[in-house]
Design a protein. Structure first.
Length: 405
């Protein structure tokens, strides 16, 4: 373990840092930077364009460009996202000649499945490959008791951040995923479970929820993530409600307001430490957006009602962040905020430097939180045997050379 023991103790809270610059400029800077890692164009080698990932307006524009009426876009939207159909010839509401013209110009894509593994606990992991051969992992975590579960989707190949306990963090950011690649992970997972068409009557499916908690930091790829989630939430398509979607961030404060205002999906925040001294080390992004600023952004998040509590993720690292004093400090930080704390026992990966907290330490930590009125479930590790648990995802990739900005 390379974290100095002194850091493991709860240091006196640091004087509040100067408020981070949460100006539109700061958000614009993040968006500009993320554009440098843009995905390749959504065109197949044969020149056809992938319709998956286009917004409704973009799909309409494509129809108009073909001399078709706007309602065609609506029909296609239904076939693509409600029925999950990939073959234009199997869309009986569209006349044969138009089916043929569509098939000449367009495709309805999916990421290619490189490998698929099933854990003994029912968790399934896919390694998906995109047209430029880059790959990400996607995981389905079934609920043990009920016929439902969450698909954990990735948003970047690698990650720019390097949280000390995270396997993905050891992989440099190669590029952002495009909207098609993000929504495509969920669509391909649905293909595997034959869960098309989308339920109209709200009947739950096995793949009932989405957690944006796979590889990468979603708020460093905000525009593609927002576009993908808007498609997923569209009522005439996949129709997953925002209540069934949770986005996890390591704390990109300037983008949290926008995420709340535009998407208002469930928010999970990877807190993991209660002092800036420790968080600076294990979640280095904290040096930019310290705890006080992060908590302020959480308090601004819309609808932080009891039904829509913010989830705080707290990884349990033996002897590093798992003392009773830290649990009490966490209660103090959360005061007045409708919150729930997910205690995540650290999942080891090859070369990781930490150990999982002792069960007794986790239990005591949880007790202090629940005595203060915070739900504090201890997350059961899922899919560890196939390296599919939180923080274990990683793919082999080389960083492609980028032109200078
Ligand atoms: N980048 C985002 C979302 C992906 S990580 C974020 O950091 O929030 C999803 C969750 O897994 C985060 O809470 C992350 O801190 C946690 N995690 C990372 N490595 C882990 C590990 N080795 N064991 C358990 N949880 C881990
Ligand atoms: Fe990136 Fe999240 Fe892993 Fe940190 S925990 S390195 S932000 S994927």
């Amino acid at each position: 373990m390379t974290v100095a023991p002194a850091l493991a103790a709860v240091a006196a809270p640091r004087a509040p840092a100067a408020p981070t610059d949460v100006t539109p400029d700061e958000a614009a800077r993040i968006l500009m930077k993320s554009a440098l890692f843009a995905p390749p164009p959504a065109t197949l080698p044969d020149g056809r364009r992938d319709l998956v990932g286009l917004s409704r307006a973009e799909l309409e524009a494509e129809m108009l460009a073909m001399g078709e009426k706007p309602f065609r876009a609506r029909q296609l939207w239904h076939w693509i996202y409600h029925q999950g159909e990939r073959d234009f010839a199997k869309m009986p509401t569209i006349a044969r000649p138009l089916q043929q013209r569509l098939a000449e110009r367009f495709a309805i894509g999916r990421p290619e499945t490189s490998t698929e593994q099933l854990s003994k606990d029912g968790t399934r992991k896919w390694l998906f490959r995109f047209r430029d051969a880059q790959q990400v992992e996607t995981v389905y975590i079934p609920d043990r008791e009920e016929d439902r579960g969450a698909v954990c989707i990735s948003t970047q190949v690698g990650c720019t951040l390097s949280c000390r306990f995270c396997h993905t963090g050891t992989q440099k950011l190669v590029r952002n995923l495009g909207a098609a690649e993000i929504v495509g992970q969920f669509m391909a997972a649905r293909d595997t479970y034959s869960e098309w068409p989308s339920p109209k009557d709200g009947t739950p499916r096995h793949l009932s929820n989405i957690v944006v908690m796979g590889m990468g930091e979603p708020l460093y790829n905000y525009e593609n993530v927002a576009k993908a989630l808007t498609i997923v939430m569209d009522n005439e398509g996949i129709g997953l409600s925002r209540r069934r979607i949770t986005l996890s961030t390591s704390g990109v404060v300037p983008m949290m307001d926008r995420c709340g205002a535009e998407l208002n999906v469930g928010l999970a925040v990877s807190l993991h430490a209660v002092t800036d001294e420790l968080r600076d080390v294990i979640v280095p992004l904290n040096r930019k957006y310290p705890i006080a600023d992060l908590m302020a952004a959480c308090r601004r998040y819309p609808n932080a009602s009891n039904a829509r509590r913010i989830t705080f993720e707290y990884i349990m690292l033996d002897g590093v962040n798992d003392s009773e004093a830290e649990a009490r400090e966490l209660v103090r930080l959360l005061k007045g905020l409708p919150a729930k704390v997910n205690l995540i026992p650290f999942n080891p990966w090859p070369g990781s430097e930490y150990r999982t907290s002792k069960p007794e330490a986790i239990r005591r930590f949880a007790e202090i939180l629940s005595a203060a009125g915070y739900a504090s479930p201890i997350r059961r590790p899922r899919g560890r045997d196939i390296l599919a648990a939180c923080g274990q995802l990683k793919t082999e990739s080389e960083r492609v050379r980028r032109p200078a900005a």
